[in-house]
Design a protein around this ligand. Structure first.
Ligand code: MG
Length: 350
């Protein structure tokens, strides 16, 4: 099936959902089709999402229940992060310049922050505070429990950062983030402006001194995650020509200040990963795009073996585990957000 036909089929399906259900749902769908900044809404559905087990596996051994679309109508969803104390997901609509809050207990969608300074990736620290990559303001920030915003990093060697993209926090409090220039090209996901950094680094912010050091300098990184025991850091390449689509893995040094022994974890034949997460068993769950056949999520064993393909109608840009026991997978995929139960848990979720 061609891409164009897919689009037509999908659009027709969406409109038919609106027309075929309660009348109250029909109007928002029409409004979104005519608006450049559509209003997102909560609508439960399954779309054309499905899972395929690979290499002799059984998909029900890794996923349970349907792949549910929990919200739709965004411009480009990114940066999902779970807050267990409030049983809620926060995620970004990068293009609409907003953060949204999904109340998982009451199945309700609200705007959390507007404008968001075009936040891309999000995570939490051990104190349960929101850590965000702001692409418009080219900085990493922490939202305090009071609501105040603290700047974690906005420059390196006297020059403004590119556009921080994704971020993770080590259990010792160090903050690690990627800094590709993706948000400097246009005003949709940041601001069109001049780049100052020579490289596109992965940075580490020291928990004691706040010092920012470049720990990876030779790729254009995107997503990143630690393994369960934090002995390894996985990093995706979204645009590095020589390593396009590859996922690297590094050993974290004993003092956790540097990375060692870089090697290729995945060298894909098609497409590339964006955001990635590790489960407690060491498998890597990677949001995938750049290839219509592989749009969605791919799951790899610790040795790189393909385990599972979750096929979504459009690419997935990021994902996270959540839910009361960490076994729920949330996927941000273009205009949608999806949810599915898994038979594993996110690394260090509980
Ligand atoms: Mg990313």
């Amino acid at each position: 099936m061609t891409n164009a036909r897919n689009l037509i089929t999908r659009r027709t399906a969406l409109l038919s959902i609106g027309a075929g259900t309660a009348g109250a749902l029909a109007a928002p769908y029409v409004a979104r089709a005519q608006s450049t900044l559509p209003t997102a809404t909560y609508t439960m559905g399954t779309d054309e999402a499905f899972a395929t087990a690979l290499n002799g596996g059984n998909d029900t051994a890794r996923l349970r229940g349907p792949i549910q679309r929990i919200a739709i109508g965004f411009n480009f969803t990114e940066g999902p992060v779970w807050f267990g104390d409030q049983q809620m997901l926060i995620f970004s609509d990068l293009g609409a310049n907003r953060l949204y809050r999904w109340d998982n207990k009451n199945e309700r969608l609200d705007i959390y922050r507007d404008p968001s300074n075009h936040v891309n990736g999000n995570t939490t620290d051990k104190q349960g505070r929101l850590i965000s990559c702001e692409q418009q303001t080219r900085r990493v920030t922490r939202t305090e429990h009071s609501g105040d915003i603290t700047v974690i990093a906005d420059s390196f060697e006297g020059k403004q950062l590119n556009t921080p993209n994704d971020v993770v926090v080590h259990s010792n409090g160090s903050i690690w983030f990627t800094d590709p220039p993706n948000g400097l090209d246009d005003d949709f996901e940041g601001r069109r402006t001049t780049r100052e950094q020579e490289n596109t680094n992965v940075f580490r912010v020291d928990p004691d001194t706040g010092e920012i050091t470049a720990v990876i300098t030779d790729i254009q990184p995107n997503g990143l995650c630690f393994s369960e025991d934090e002995s390894k850091l996985y990093v995706t390449n979204s645009r590095t020509p020589a390593e396009l689509g590859r996922i690297r893995v590094y050993d974290v040094s004993a003092d956790t200040k540097t990375l060692e022994n870089p090697r290729i974890f995945i060298n894909p034949e098609m497409g590339s990963a964006d955001g990635i997460k590790c489960d407690f068993e060491g498998n890597i769950w990677a949001s995938w795009g750049g290839s219509p056949e592989l749009a969605g999520v791919r799951v790899f064993a610790p040795d790189g073996t393909d385990l599972l393909q979750i096929t979504l109608p459009t690419r997935a840009a990021n994902l996270c585990f959540g839910g009361p026991v960490g076994n729920m997978l949330f996927m941000t995929s273009n205009r949608m957000v999806y949810r599915v139960f898994t038979n594993t848990r996110g690394a260090n979720m509980i």
